[in-house]
Design a binder for this molecule. Structure first.
Ligand code: UD1
Ligand code: CA
Length: 467
């Protein structure tokens, strides 16, 4: 195979997004759009990937450095946007000495499948220029693919430079190419900008190659395939790109054995993994680095970010988890909130209106109703009664609560941290625990109950009394 490199054009301003954020940093399936062409170029075996940046380049550069650290991704700066040919010229120094094929991609085309780039390469074969085209009912402002009498591609004509006959052409340029490096950099330096926009047009490569008899090919996508090559210029395009990506990711999960009760009412980020035989009800969102094991059930409205769920776990309706781990066959919710650093072991039960943060619950532990468990450890088999609160914050610092294995915490207990309840200890309902409880002990802090006979009737008979 010939050596490969890539140039990703992303210097444009993206005015139509009407955004303070750089266009290519707007997310699709949870990743900035620029992620996809860069990742695909690397996956194609590009030995160098040069991203051409201009507007808001610091933010984009910071993202790329973090996301592709250690990989051959470099930045080229196009200070002034003089056109697509000029953008690629700006990448030339970073590709000095490279011989082989250069894939030229766009930073704002996030849904193009990598296989299309492989197909573009195969179609281009020995040609010096391979162009990706789309057959559209409405060719809009795209550059038209102009063919000669023998149906050979001879030129790309920008809409603004087209004759009326050319405007009727429905085959257009998607803005994605595979070009021989030597031909590319020889030719780019010689292109003029005598056109309606006064810009250096990358598309002029096609005419140059055709005239030199060096071979030009087009791979033209149609129907739904053409849509995958659509770029993002405004928020309407962004929503369409998101919808295409969601449909693709949902299809992949279903083909891998996941049941999606309603794939259109499901949101998933790129990179999320779900095991076979997991069933996902409508309105579930799986975000970030979330991994779900086999045979789990995610009921309606579950939202998970950066969360690990092991096999056979059941997340009941409207459970929200962030940076949490849920052990095998554990049940959570409905209406539970697991926050960062929650680690639930095997067979744990966390019920409705329970909030956890930096909480480790051992195998078989239970906290079934209305609790706040923060900065704490709950031993295996312990039972945390309804309304239990770990008072972990004294207004200045956070403190830990430790509940031993098999302990029983009665309802409406407050555990004022730092505090430890020993193994097998029992805390009576309504207790405020301020001191450590030894293993096996009973702790109870309620004031003794007092019953006053006839009190209600006497109050009613007083002047101003109710009744
Ligand atoms: C270009 C093509 C057109 C094609 C269309 C597909 C040219 C002359 N025309 O149109 O045939 O149908 O793409 O979307 O190439 N960019 C830079 N620097 C620049 C100019 C553009 O980095 O100086 C980047 C943009 O950020 C964008 C990409 O290149 O990622 C395409 O630019 P855009 O202005 O959207 O495309 P057009 O020139 O309209
Ligand atoms: Ca565009």
């Amino acid at each position: 195979m010939r050596a490969r490199a890539a140039v990703v054009m992303a210097a444009g301003k993206g005015t139509r997004m009407r955004s303070a954020t750089a266009k290519v940093l707007h997310p699709v399936a949870g990743r900035p759009m620029i992620h996809y062409p860069v990742r695909d170029a690397l996956a194609l075996g590009a030995e160098r990937v040069v991203v051409v940046l201009g507007h808001q380049r610091e933010e984009v550069e910071a993202y790329l450095q973090a996301a592709f650290a250690g990989q051959p991704v470099t930045i080229a700066v196009q200070a002034e946007q003089l056109g697509t040919a000029h953008a690629v010229m700006c990448a030339a120094p970073a590709l000095a000495g490279f011989e082989g094929d250069v894939f030229i991609l766009s930073g704002d085309v996030p849904t193009l499948p990598r296989q299309v780039l492989e197909a573009l390469d195969a179609t281009a074969g020995e040609a010096v220029v391979g162009v990706l085209g789309m057959l559209l009912d409405d060719p809009a402002q795209y550059g038209r693919l102009v063919r000669d009498g023998a149906d050979e591609l001879v030129r790309i004509c920008e809409a603004r430079d087209c004759s009326a006959t050319q405007l009727a052409i429905r085959e257009v340029n998607a803005g994605v190419y595979r070009v021989d490096a030597a031909f590319l950099f020889d030719t780019l330096g010689r292109l003029g900008r005598d056109n309606a926009q006064g810009e250096y047009y990358l598309t002029d490569l096609v005419e140059a190659a055709a005239k030199a008899g060096r071979g030009v090919t087009a791979l033209v996508l149609d129907g739904a395939h053409a849509e995958q090559a659509h770029g993002v210029n405004d928020r309407v395009d962004l929503a369409r790109a998101e919808a295409r990506m969601q449909a693709r990711l949902a299809d992949e999960l279903m083909r891998a054995g996941v049941t999606l009760v309603d794939p259109r009412r499901f949101r998933v980020d790129d990179g999320v993994e779900v095991g076979a035989d997991t069933v996902i009800e409508p309105d579930v969102a799986l975000l970030g680095a979330t991994h779900i094991g086999r045979g789990c059930i995610l009921e309606q409205g579950v939202r998970l970010s950066d969360t690990q769920v092991e096999e056979g776990a059941v997340l009941h309706a409207y459970t929200v988890c962030d940076r949490a781990r849920v052990g095998p066959r554990t049940h959570v919710g409905p209406f539970a909130r697991l926050r960062e650093g929650t680690v639930l072991g095997q067979g744990v039960r966390v019920g409705n209106f329970v909030e956890t943060k930096k909480a480790a619950l051992g195998e078989g532990a239970k906290a079934q109703h209305l609790s706040y468990l923060g900065d704490c450890e709950v031993g295996a088999g312990a039972n945390v009664g309804a309304g239990t609160i770990t008072c972990n914050y004294d207004g200045v610092d956070k403190h830990r609560t430790v509940i031993g294995a098999g302990a029983f915490i009665g309802s409406d207990t407050q555990l004022v941290a730092p505090v430890t309840v020993g193994e097998g200890a029992l805390v009576g309902a309504g207790t405020t625990v301020t001191e450590d409880v030894p293993a096996g002990a009973l702790a109870i802090s309620r004031a003794p109950q007092k019953n006053i006979e006839g009190w209600v009737a006497r109050r009613r008979s007083r002047p101003g009394g109710q009744g």
